[in-house]
Design a protein around this ligand. Structure first.
Ligand code: GSH
Length: 242
């Protein structure tokens, strides 16, 4: 659905934070390069205008909203620039109030935000430590259980699980990349521990709910449209930087 004002998303296929926002836009029915401009930033060779004109922190994702319609590489000073993936998730939910991205009920809204906070504080740090060879596989499996315990009994994360919310958009990009990293044993953990950790997640009864959640997410059109498996291995640099 088209927006009243132009929106350009500065993003990078490799970046899980940017993927969050792409998922939210896809869930809102916004089509890249029709309803918004999708501008890929090469993180290894960022355009010189990016930091001064779009994001002083020089990171993706960022959005230019409003102002005249301009090409992505010629940003207008009249547009508002907004950064930080979790801020942008809520911005997209506000732009598309008819999407189910952010529940209307205050309790469910609070639970959505609590879920994201739990992921940032209880899942990302141990996972990042494991990936960097500084924590045990068991600490990661415990972190999976922590997140799993917050999932709705079926479906997506929040409430009755019927709706994909910002809680799902916030965590899915990281699960997608860690699946690839673990399966390929890509990380600084002892050789074989990535694969064996993935094997445990796939087979142990204690992770059954997470497995079903992950299967439901992967079957979702928004996921298929936004995840580029080839870029998925670029994880370590981004994970934990929030
Ligand atoms: N806290 C930021 C983190 C964004 C971030 O770290 N993005 C990385 C890519 S995954 C980035 O743009 N890094 C700058 C660079 O690589 O030069 C958010 O949530 O949006």
């Amino acid at each position: 659905m088209a927006l009243a004002e132009p929106l350009t998303l500065y993003t990078a296929k490799t970046c899980p934070f940017a993927h969050r926002v792409e998922l939210a836009l896809a869930e809102s029915g916004a089509k890249p390069n029709k309803d918004f401009i999708r501008y890929e930033i090469d993180l290894k060779n960022k355009p010189e205008w990016y930091q001064p004109k779009i994001n002083p922190a020089s990171k993706v994702p960022a959005v230019a909203f409003g102002g005249p319609k301009v090409p992505g590489d010629q940003p207008s000073p009249e547009s508002t620039k907004i950064a930080e993936s979790l801020v942008l998730l809520e911005f997209v939910a506000d732009l598309y109030p008819d999407s189910a991205l952010l529940p209307k009920d205050p309790v469910l809204r609070a639970q959505t935000r609590f879920f994201i906070d739990a992921f940032s504080t209880k899942f990302a740090p141990p996972y990042y430590a494991f990936q960097s060879g500084k924590a045990s596989a068991e600490s990661v499996l415990t972190a999976f259980e922590t997140i799993q315990n917050l999932l709705a009994p079926e479906g997506f994360a929040i409430g009755d699980g019927k709706h994909f919310t910002t809680a799902d958009a916030a965590v899915v990009p990281f699960f997608a990349r860690l699946e690839i990293a673990l399966k390929n044993d890509y990380g600084s953990f002892p050789e074989g521990e990535g694969k064996s950790t993935w094997e445990k997640l796939q087979t142990e009864p204690r992770f059954e709910r997470w497995r079903k959640y992950w299967a439901d997410v992967k079957a979702r059109d928004s996921f298929k449209a936004t995840f580029d498996e080839a870029s998925g291995l670029v994880l370590v640099r981004c994970f934990g930087l929030n």
